[in-house]
Design a protein around this ligand. Structure first.
Ligand code: GUN
Length: 285
């Protein structure tokens, strides 16, 4: 029997609909949330992501600025732009698209973004607040994973969640957010011994290891919830997740497809963060 799909596209549309309504009200009060996206260089995947962010802003009634800079841009010039955006009153969120060209130190750029405008949730202050459970802007993909699980009606509290992958962008923050939701969390990564022994105990399995079709049915407890954060471009041009969907869906419980699972949630959470940042910066919350 095939497992039910967790429909990220539909959940994402529901949230975007609610955000659009809130933005309409705010605009009437004189506040238009503004997002600045900075893209350095011509990485094709980044160009697609940035266009999608621009489109989301347009669809939801946000003010948007996209700064497309050449690959040769110096770190100094990029930091000056970030500083300008930090002080620009009509911009409430700043996102510098990663990866950056090799000659620019990512950490220096992330650290330069004003904490209140860090809608990626990558600044060390926001990461620290996440660790200690204080209010912060949450990183978009991890926040999207939690929102997707909750809005699908799946209970997290008391469950054993296993996360495969320990990146700063997904694995680590998603494990913290699952703990915040009262799951018991096990972390696995590329050096974990006997990974299947651990993943087969998972009630909720989140996979963010960056390897196409890495998790097959032999990793999965029957009925487990499967969240696939992977986005791998195959040689044939097709998109594949980190989960071998066709095999896993025969044993798992609810499962996210790729595309149409976690992917759409990331930009939706970015839009939500920008709205939160706009309200906070304007003293509305
Ligand atoms: N590149 C790929 N994903 C992301 C993301 O979530 N934020 C930024 N800034 N760059 C990315």
């Amino acid at each position: 029997m095939s497992a039910p799909l967790i429909n990220g596209k539909q959940v994402s549309e529901e949230i975007r609909g609610a955000l659009k309504g809130q933005v309409e009200l705010l605009v009437k009060q004189g506040l238009t949330p503004g997002l600045a996206v900075v893209l350095v260089g011509e990485d094709p995947a980044s160009q697609v992501y940035v266009r999608n962010k621009e489109k989301a802003c347009h669809d939801l009634g946000y003010y948007s600025e996209v700064h497309r800079l050449p690959d040769s841009t110096s770190q100094e010039d990029l930091l000056s732009l970030v500083d300008k955006l930090n002080h620009q009153d009509n911009i409430h969120g700043i996102l510098v698209q990663l990866p950056l060209p090799k000659h620019i130190e990512e950490k220096a750029v992330i650290d330069a973004i004003a904490v209140e405008k860090d809608v990626d949730g990558f600044h060390p202050v926001n990461v620290g607040n996440l660790v200690i459970g204080d209010d912060s802007l949450l990183p978009c993909t991890p926040a999207g994973v939690i929102e997707l699980i909750k809005r699908t009606g799946i209970e997290i509290a008391g469950k054993h969640a296993v996360v495969i992958g320990r990146s700063n962008i997904v694995g680590k923050p998603v494990s913290l957010l699952l703990q915040r939701e009262h799951a018991t969390v096990t972390m696995c990564h590329s050096r974990t011994a006997n990974m299947k022994e651990l993943t087969k105990q998972a009630d909720i399995l989140v996979v963010a290891i960056g390897r196409a079709n890495f998790v097959d049915a032999s990793y999965v407890k029957p009925g487990a919830v499967i969240i696939d954060v992977g986005m791998n471009r195959l040689d044939n041009g097709k998109l594949a997740g980190d989960v071998d969907f066709e095999s896993v869906k025969e044993v798992s419980g609810p499962i996210t497809p790729v595309p149409g699972g976690v992917g759409p949630m990331t930009i939706t959470m970015l839009m939500q963060n920008t709205l939160i940042a706009a309200k906070r910066l304007s003293g509305l919350v």
